[in-house]
Design a protein around this ligand. Structure first.
Ligand code: IPM
Ligand code: MN
Length: 343
C-alpha cells in the first residue's frame, strides 16, 4: 500500500519460529506505548506451521498483504526443516514477490566508556548504515545440479546482476547519503568478480554523476571486513550486493553491541506494496520460550517500520529509549519494560 497519511495503519504480523514471537510481542507493546495505534493481523507462518500442515506462504496470504501498510516479522526457521525450505519459500519469496529491493541495516557504535552512540565521551559514538541489494545476486536462485548424487556431480549457483537491479539500489543509497553526511562507499570484489563487479562499479560511478555533492569510496569486501572491526568510523552509508551484504551485516551487528541489537528494513521504496521489517538475528531455537532473547533488535525494527510509515517522531523516541537500554542485561520482558519506561 502506498499511502499511509492519516489513515489507520494496518500491519501483518509474523512472529514466526523460536524467539520470533516473543520479541515481536514486545515490539508491539513498545509501539503502542509510544502512542501509535496499529491494526494488526497475526499470521501463523514459519517452520512450525510447515511441519504441521505443509503450508509455507500461500498466494492468498500474499494477496492479502498487498492491502497492508507493512509486515512485521520476528524470525523464521527451525532445525527440523531442511535448510532452504522456509528461507526460500517464505522469507526470500516475500522479498522477491513484494519487490523489497533494499535491505537497510543501521548500526550504532557506542561511545568509548559507555553511553549512547551520540555521546561525545572520549571516542565518540558513530553510526553507519548498510544498504544491501535484496532481490538479486546469488540469492536469485539461478543454478542447478547435473548428475546429482554421482561421482561426476556438478552444482552451479549463479549470481544474477541486472543493471536495473543494481541501479535502483545504488540510487537509493545515494539519496540516503544526501540525507545523511554525503558519504557513500561501494563494497564489492571487483578484482575477482570482473563481470558483476564491473557492472556494479560502472553503475556506481554513473549514478554518482547525478550526486556531485556525495563523496564516494570503494572497498573490496575482504578489506571491508577488516575495517568493520578496526576502523568502522570511516563508513557512513555502504552499498553492496546481496550476499556481501548478508555477511557484512552480521559482522556489523557483532561490532556494534551484538546481533541482539541489529535491526533491518526490507524496503519497497516505490511503495508498490508493503515493506517488511525484521531483526537481523534468526530464530535462536536454543533459547526460545525462555524469556531470554534481547528484544531490542525487534523493537528497533519496529521503529524503522514507524519511520517508513510516516511516524518519524515516535520512531525517534523509541530509538532514543533503545539507545539508553542497549547495555541492559535482563529478560526479554524486563528489557522491553525498561525501553517503555524511557519513552
Ligand atoms: C538475513 C538472513 C537471511 C538471508 C536468511 C535467513 C535467508 O540471514 O536476513 O540476513 O540470508 O538473507
Ligand atoms: Mn543474514
Amino acid at each position: 500500500m502506498s499511502e499511509s497519511s492519516g489513515e489507520q495503519l494496518r500491519v501483518a504480523v509474523v512472529g514466526g519460529d523460536g524467539i520470533g514471537p516473543e520479541v515481536i510481542e514486545q515490539g508491539l507493546r513498545v509501539i503502542e506505548a509510544a502512542g501509535v495505534s496499529l491494526e494488526t493481523e497475526h499470521y501463523d507462518l514459519g517452520g512450525s506451521r510447515y511441519l504441521r500442515d505443509g503450508t509455507i506462504l500461500p498466494d492468498e496470504v500474499l494477496a492479502e498483504w498487498r492491502d497492508v501498510h507493512a509486515i512485521y516479522l520476528g524470525a523464521v526457521g527451525t532445525p527440523d526443516v531442511p535448510p532452504g525450505v522456509i528461507e526460500r519459500g517464505l522469507l526470500l519469496k516475500m522479498r522477491f514477490e513484494l519487490d523489497l529491493y533494499v535491505n537497510q541495516r543501521p548500526f550504532k557504535l557506542a561511545a568509548a566508556g559507555g553511553g549512547s552512540a551520540n555521546e561525545a565521551d572520549g571516542v565518540p559514538g558513530h553510526d553507519f548504515v548498510v544498504i544491501r541489494e535484496n532481490t538479486e545476486g546469488t540469492y536469485a536462485g539461478e543454478g542447478g545440479f547435473l548428475r546429482k548424487g554421482t561421482p561426476h556431480e556438478i552444482a552451479t549457483q549463479g549470481s544474477v546482476n541486472t543493471r536495473m537491479g543494481a541501479e535502483r539500489c545504488i540510487r537509493y543509497a545515494y539519496d540516503l547519503a544526501t540525507r545523511r553526511n554525503d558519504h557513500l562507499t561501494l563494497v564489492h570484489k571487483t578484482n575477482v568478480l570482473t563481470f558483476s563487479g564491473d557492472l556494479w562499479d560502472r553503475t556506481f560511478t554513473e549514478v554518482g554523476g547525478e550526486y556531485p555533492g556525495v563523496d564516494t569510496a570503494y572497498n573490496h569486501v575482504d578489506a571491508a571486513c577488516i575495517y568493520f572491526v578496526q576502523d568502522p568510523q570511516r563508513y557512513d552509508v555502504i552499498v553492496t550486493d546481496n550476499l556481501f551484504g548478508d555477511i557484512l551485516t552480521d559482522l556489523g551487528g557483532a561490532v556494534s553491541g551484538g546481533i541482539g541489537l541489529a535491526s533491518s528494513a526490507n524496503l519497497n521504496p516505490d511503495r508498490t506494496g508493503p515493506s517488511m521489517f525484521e531483526p537481523v538475528h534468526g530464530s535462536a531455537p536454543d533459547i526460545a520460550g525462555q524469556n531470554k532473547a534481547n528484544p531490542i533488535a525487534a523493537i528497533l525494527s519496529g521503529a524503522l517500520m514507524l519511520d517508513f510509515l510516516g511516524q518519524g517522531e515516535a520512531a525517534r523516541r523509541i530509538e532514543a529509549a533503545c539507545d539508553a537500554c542497549a547495555e541492559l542485561d535482563g529478560s526479554t520482558v524486563e528489557v522491553a519494560d525498561a525501553v517503555m519506561a524511557k519513552l
